[in-house]
Design a protein around this ligand. Structure first.
Ligand code: ZN
Length: 149
């Protein structure tokens, strides 16, 4: 119930004026909750480690660093390939970067030691290359699959 500020009578919530005295009832401000923007339907960008099937979810990130964690150098990649054969496979600490521009995902080699390949095509360092669903991404000898569906 809403108490009238003028006479104290109880009124039904949502009424603009008091039933008893006609005073305007102070309506609490209506703040509609702002829903988060819905994710694009069916799009769930992720990198899947070949062999193990471990998935790195890229959803909600504007960009993600792929490499190997190195606390000494302060490198903490979003996609840390250390537990996935990263060191033996020649993955650099800062190996590649995946970013999204609009609906287009891009991958960029960060001047890695052992190069980044998309579908066996070597990337030029520093040149973002479009990624699409099902592309094979290889960093050194570590193979990932980019998937969005
Ligand atoms: Zn009243």
């Amino acid at each position: 119930m809403v108490k009238c500020p003028a006479c104290g009578a109880d009124n039904m919530p949502g009424q603009a004026f008091c039933d008893a005295c006609g005073a305007a009832l102070a309506a609490p401000p209506v703040v509609p909750p702002v829903p988060p923007p819905p994710p694009p339907v069916g799009i769930r960008p992720r990198l899947v480690v070949a062999g193990t099937g471990v998935q790195f979810d890229l959803g909600g990130k504007a960009e993600a660093l792929i490499g190997r964690e190195d606390p000494v150098s302060g490198v903490f990649p979003d996609v840390d390939l250390t537990p996935h054969g990263g060191e033996e496979g020649g993955v650099s600490r800062r190996h590649a970067k995946v970013s999204v521009r609009g609906n287009q995902w891009l991958i960029e080699d960060l001047n890695s030691t052992n190069f980044t390949f998309v579908n066996n095509q070597k990337l030029n360092p520093g040149v973002p290359q479009p990624l699409k669903d099902g592309d094979q991404v290889r960093l050194g000898r570590v193979v990932l699959t980019f998937q969005t569906s």
